[in-house]
Design a protein around this ligand. Structure first.
Ligand code: SF4
Ligand code: FES
Length: 369
């Protein structure tokens, strides 16, 4: 099939982060600082992205504020004509830096929320004092007038805080909140026993979001990612593989999604060596699951194949051992019943400790047997 140009690019500027969230979407094998793209290399990537058709640039990490050149990078993205969104925990941002980012042309901020109380947020983020600091950053963001999205990742430990998270978004003047039930990739896969929501929690979250959407219409937009292990149909991951967006890892590796490196038989091109346009249109990884031609049954003859594109390739890899398989979340997958049983078992596990993500280059902790 002929691919259309991408709309969005996620630039993972660094994997370094002061927080250690146990559901971090970074790969378990984190990129080291010495391998990160330089300011000039990122500037070139942003220019190429704009030429390719990208409109929105999401600056992410790790924590992007750990890059000392963040202001320069925002300026470079604006110079390339890109709409810039900073995805941050707030740690590492000062009032002065936020003003400098405003001057550089930053368009939007997405602030993560690990919990609605200091106890919960600091425990989940593994960073004492993080909540207090974040609240201060939220005030500076409001004072400067950045459009704000709050980004709350919810799981078994903090799902009861959803109503308060919605209130906080309104109080902070956010225009949007992303309520994302934890997705089990990367570090989260190691923490399923600690984080898997119960089915009752998942259903209650959907009820709360439905009610809040009606009540807060015109005030707050609520994007919602439900608990997919408890769902009957999978999500349309990345809007379809290689269809709307691309990710660039800190070392310049260009990926169809943040977890794509968990698919062992794929190899990925690097923006240091190959033009972005060639990677998008010709790259083998981008073409591996693009469109619908690659699909086996039951997806191939399914009426929803262009609705969800067979779900998530990385989840199919992790749960069915085959990236081309139907996402086991789907009721039509032969693995669906087994997945639901596993979800119940993870949700019922008691006393599982949180396994925090480690720093780049540090050993990866393993779950206890
Ligand atoms: Fe989607 Fe495939 Fe399931 Fe159909 S069979 S709903 S295309 S995942
Ligand atoms: Fe890779 Fe869904 S996270 S396709």
């Amino acid at each position: 099939m002929t691919a259309r140009p991408p709309i969005a690019m996620l630039a993972e500027l660094t994997h370094r982060c002061p927080l250690a969230c146990p559901y971090c979407s970074n790969p378990v094998d984190l990129a080291r600082q010495e391998n990160e793209l330089s300011t000039a290399e990122w500037r070139d990537v942003f220019r190429q992205a704009a030429d390719l058709g990208v409109l929105q640039l999401h600056l992410s990490g790790g924590e992007p504020a750990t890059r000392r050149d963040l202001e320069e990078l925002v300026q470079a993205a604006r110079d390339a004509g890109l709409y810039t969104n900073l995805i941050t925990s707030g740690i590492g941002l000062t009032e002065r830096r936020l003003k400098a980012l405003d001057d550089a042309g930053l368009d939007h901020i997405q602030l993560s929320l690990q919990g609605t109380t200091p106890e919960m947020a600091d425990e989940i983020g593994g960073y004492k004092g993080g909540y207090k600091r974040k609240m201060m950053v939220a005030e500076w963001i409001a004072a400067i007038g950045f459009p704000l999205t709050l980004n709350a990742v919810l799981h078994r430990r903090n799902l009861h805080q959803l109503p308060r998270a919605l209130e906080m978004a309104v109080e902070m003047g956010a225009r949007r909140i992303e309520v994302a039930t934890v997705q089990f990739h990367g570090w989260a896969l190691k923490n399923r026993d600690a984080l898997m929501p119960t089915r009752a929690q998942a259903e209650e979250a959907t009820r709360i979001v439905t009610e809040a959407r009606a009540r807060l219409k015109g005030t707050l937009v609520i994007d919602y990612v439900p608990a997919d292990y408890h769902s009957d149909y999978p999500k349309r991951c990345m809007g379809g593989w290689g269809s709307t967006g691309l990710n660039v890892a800190p070392d310049g590796v260009v990926l169809p999604c943040h977890a794509a490196q968990s698919i062992p038989h794929l190899s990925f091109d690097n923006a240091r060596e190959t033009p972005l346009s060639d990677i998008w249109y010709e790259g083998r990884a981008f073409n591996a699951y693009r469109g619908t031609d690659w699909m086996p049954e039951p997806c191939a003859s399914c009426e929803r194949k262009e609705v969800d594109f067979g779900g998530c390739r990385c989840q199919a890899m992790a749960l069915a051992g085959d990236a081309a398989a139907t996402d086991p979340v789907c009721v039509k997958s032969p693995h669906h019943i087994d997945l639901q049983a596993r979800a119940e078992a993870h949700a019922a596990a008691e006393g599982a400790p949180l396994i925090y993500r480690s720093a780049p280059g540090k050993p990866v902790p393993e779950p206890a047997e």
